[in-house]
Design a protein around this ligand. Structure first.
Ligand code: PMP
Length: 431
């Protein structure tokens, strides 16, 4: 079966809004370490890791062995019974969360984790008023879409919440463009104070925010921004939900969770992607009184099953025992420095930013901050032809997203940087 024939079958049976990368989309059939292979046998260095999901790498023997061992014993039981690996994983995550008296609830996706967090927060506060951040992405379910501020993902204009958007997002255009860190923070806090007093009833349930906006193009507020925002929230009793779906598990290098660089203590943390290294493992960790606030009883058929919990435990153990957070800090800093230096002379590169192994390169029309999604698409093609996969994002789709598995070596990183800088130069010339 050729990849082209597979594309035809995909188009016939999958929804038209399910987006694909590349003019000739590829079918990835295997992977090892930081590399994947497509159905035609082409090998690629993967700088996107299944959208920041392949955290420790492809086919890590310790993770695979745990999954195979569990699959042979039993794949599924339900939360009506005691599941030891689920309990053990919850204990470890509760400890890692830095939240006192934390409880954990497992789901199967980041969208569902955010749904649940919003459910808990609205129940705890008896309010359906929610604050979110402009340029955010929190998922594709009904309530996670409702707090997503990205016109490209506006699948519905209906909402279970009344949502108010605080300032955040791009630092090169919009109301916060060009501001110093302290001015940015001051402006954001003043805007929040104004929003709370002029637009809300005062009884707001929660703020949901990504420490670094993922789909929004790896846009990041200055360190301390959400700490300053939280001081206002605390005065009003408003909860703080940190969506760590992309930023958790040491991805940002300097910290285990993205929220830590803001000096803030969240009430709820949502996680997904990297924990399962590709298994459907996600959830919420947070203050027990908030998580326990919903009335009635509940179950989850698929959240935290023995198979995914064993895989996630092995994956987490591998991450911690190999200190991949430190690797993310080291390799990430090297990558950002090289990208900054080597794209300086390319006038379509408007911004290089990020932390650890979460690096964004914003592409614009030459010498401007006018987004150029066309260049970004071309770069993806040029990189692919050089054996490198990268992601893209941002509201206009003009930001390259570089987020390899946290186990990437310096040598692999250098190899990918060489290819990507060449690809950006080639794409910029050809437009
Ligand atoms: N939150 C963030 C920050 C995300 O990046 C994503 C997925 N890109 C989600 C939530 C939704 O996760 P999922 O696709 O697993 O539903």
């Amino acid at each position: 079966m050729s990849q082209h024939d597979l594309l035809m079958r995909h188009k016939a049976v999958m929804p038209k809004w399910l987006s694909l990368f590349y003019n000739e989309p590829i079918s990835i059939v295997s992977g090892d370490g930081r590399y994947v292979v497509d159905a035609d046998g082409n090998r690629y260095l993967d700088f996107f890791g299944g959208i920041l999901t392949t955290m420790t790498g492809y086919s890590v023997p310790e993770v695979v062995d745990a999954i195979v061992d569990q699959a042979k014993k039993m794949i599924h039981t339900s939360t009506l019974y005691l599941i030891e690996p689920m309990i053990e994983l919850a204990e470890r995550i509760a400890k890692l969360s830095n939240i006192d008296d934390a409880k954990v609830f497992f789901t199967t996706s980041g969208s569902e984790a955010n749904d649940a967090a919003l459910l808990f927060a609205t129940a705890f506060r008896s309010s359906n008023q929610i604050l979110a951040v402009r340029n955010s992405y929190h998922g594709r379910s009904f309530s996670s879409l409702a707090v997503t501020a990205n016109p490209g993902y506006a699948a519905t204009n209906l909402s279970p919440f009344q949502v108010f958007y605080i300032l955040g997002g791009s630092r090169i255009r919009g109301p916060l463009a060009g501001l110093s860190d302290s001015e940015y923070i001051k402006r954001g806090v003043a805007d929040l104070e104004d929003l709370l007093s002029t637009a809300t009833s005062g009884q707001v349930a929660a703020l949901i925010a990504e420490p670094i906006q993922g789909v929004g193009g790896f846009s990041l507020a200055p360190d301390g921004y959400f700490g300053a925002i939280k001081e206002v929230l605390d005065r009003h009793g408003i909860l703080y939900i940190s969506d760590e779906v992309q930023t958790g598990w040491g991805r940002t290098g300097e910290n285990f969770w993205g929220y830590e660089s803001h000096g803030v203590a969240p009430d709820l943390i949502t996680f997904a992607k990297g924990l399962g290294n590709g298994l459907a493992m996600a959830g919420i960790v947070g203050r027990s009184e908030v998580i326990d606030a919903i009335p009635g009883t509940s179950i989850s058929t698929f959240g935290g099953t023995p198979l995914v919990a064993r895989g996630a435990l092995a994956n987490l153990e591998y991450l911690l025992s190999n200190d991949l957070q430190a690797n993310s800090a080291k390799v990430g800093a090297h990558m950002i420095t090289r990208f900054l230096n080597e794209t300086k002379a390319i006038d379509t590169v408007a911004d290089v930013r990020g932390k650890g192994l979460m690096i964004g390169i914003e592409l614009c029309e030459a010498g401007s901050v006018v987004p150029s999604p066309a260049i970004a698409s071309l770069v993806l093609e040029e990189a692919k032809s050089r054996g490198l996969l990268v992601g893209k994002g941002g509201i206009a789709g003009n930001v390259l997203r570089i987020a390899p598995p946290l186990s990437i070596t310096l040598e692999e990183a250098d190899h990918g940087i060489d290819a990507l800088v060449e690809a950006i130069a080639a794409a910029s010339k050809s437009l």
